[in-house]
Design a protein around this ligand. Structure first.
Ligand SMILES: [Fe+2]
Length: 423
């Protein structure tokens, strides 16, 4: 599969009016964490798919996402005042509600009705489990996807985000590449599972076997990709012996999210959302099928690694991702410490702002990436959102019998039956 420069631009460019941009706009996209609106005051600059916007929450709790520049003479609404049922521009006091209607123009003559003819372009928002989602597309609002992260009560979820300084597509493609974990995320030693809370790839997956050891010792997984109603299901298996097999089931939730296991009880739904063509945010919604999530612990753990505002990782390309030769010799494959997000960050940013796919050589382990690109191109010509209703999205990680390829479904069924909420 050889990609031309034109095709590479076609699948990665999400600016307004581009085919890939139109595909992403037909689905709800994370615009901000609700925590970001609580930091100082509920007004936030948001750049989404190349569009410069302002997000705010009015006094009644309604979310508005509008053009950042005031319809009057273009001043920045991010400095506006939340009052009188909307966001007021501090240049001449024009007041806009969450739907972009102009309610007041207080510098115009008394009795003027000209505000009735002014609207600020605005997009619909909905808040779920700590994330404000926005719909930037045409037509009626689609439903949110049928996914556990939305079905779960908020106490069983946790939301976070991180800045990545490259194009969204190469970040998404790492999420559907199950082979890299054996290398990029390799730990040269295993740590005690009791220290693994809230961390990925550290849980025991059964039989006292830490996942770190499985990944390290079995580097050539079998990867099976099936098309589903919601996108792709990726079955990754590693034979541990003649009788035992490691099953890792991950998913692509079309167009730009993945649903993957984090531990036996928790999954991660993670969107890769373009800020513009050269930067993006990942938004993760952790979902627990077991106990309530310790949100304060999860947030504190991550705030040690990310700066607010902006959610830029403290280890980044400006400090070589914390690379340390001694760490690379003795602890981790990358030498970049134990946080797997740092590893992924390096992998995707080191490709360049937009990966030059004309020079790549894909292997068998890239099967999901190849299928995804086909799917994206098909969606560009379809000109509408796909019907995602149907199959449940299952993300699990377990050791099961080598001769029972469906054992992960049984594991998931039992986990759902045991869950304190109704998945
Ligand atoms: Fe990774």
């Amino acid at each position: 599969v050889v990609i031309t420069e034109k095709e590479n631009e076609l699948i990665s460019d999400t600016s307004p009016g581009t085919p890939a941009g139109e595909v992403l706009r037909r689905y709800w996209q994370p615009a901000a964490l609700t925590a970001e609106l609580d930091e100082q005051r509920p007004v936030l600059p948001v750049t989404l798919l190349g569009e410069r916007l302002v997000l705010f929450r009015d006094e009644r709790g309604r979310y508005g996402l509008m053009d950042r520049h005031c319809a009057h003479r273009g001043a920045d609404l991010c400095f506006g005042r939340i009052e009188d049922g909307g966001l007021r521009c501090v240049f001449h006091g024009w007041l806009f509600d969450a739907q972009g209607r102009c309610l007041e123009q207080p510098a115009e003559p008394m009795g003027s009705r000209s505000h009735l003819h002014v609207t600020q372009r605005a997009y619909a928002c909905v808040e779920r489990n700590g994330i404000v989602f926005a719909y930037l597309g045409p037509g009626d609002l689609p439903p949110l996807p049928q996914a556990d992260c939305f079905a779960a009560p908020s106490a069983y979820t946790f939301a976070f985000k991180g800045l990545v300084e490259c194009n969204w597509l190469q970040v998404l493609e790492v999420g559907i590449d199950p082979a890299h974990a054996s290398f990029l995320h390799r730990f040269l030693e295993d740590e005690d599972a009791k220290d693994a809370y809230g961390k990925q790839f550290r849980d025991e997956v059964g039989g006292g076997m830490p996942l770190t050891r499985i990944l390290r010792e079995h580097t050539r997984p079998t990867i099976d990709v099936s098309e589903t109603s919601y996108g792709l299901r990726i079955d990754t298996t590693r034979d541990l012996s003649d009788v035992e097999r490691h099953y890792r089931i991950t998913n692509l939730m079309f167009p730009n999210a993945i649903v993957i296991p984090m531990s036996r009880d928790m999954t991660i739904t993670q969107w890769h959302v373009p800020i513009d063509n050269h930067t993006c945010y990942w938004y993760a919604l952790f979902t627990s099928f077991g106990a309530e999530v310790d949100q304060a612990a999860m947030r504190a753990q991550r705030l040690a690694l990310y700066e607010v505002p902006g959610y830029r990782p403290r280890l980044n390309r400006h400090n070589d991702y914390g690379f340390d030769a001694a760490d690379q010799r003795t602890r981790t494959y990358t030498g970049m410490g134990a946080d797997i997000n740092v590893h992924d960050q390096w992998a995707v940013e080191s490709m360049g702002a937009v990966q030059d796919r004309t020079k790549e050589h894909l292997g068998k382990s890239d099967v999901a990436i190849i299928k995804y690109r086909k799917m994206l191109k098909a969606a560009m010509s379809a000109g509408r959102a796909h019907d995602a209703q149907g199959e449940p999205i299952i993300a699990v990680d377990l050791i099961g019998p080598a001769n029972d390829a469906g054992c992960w479904r049984e594991f998931d069924r039992e986990r759902r039956l045991r869950a304190p909420w109704k998945p």
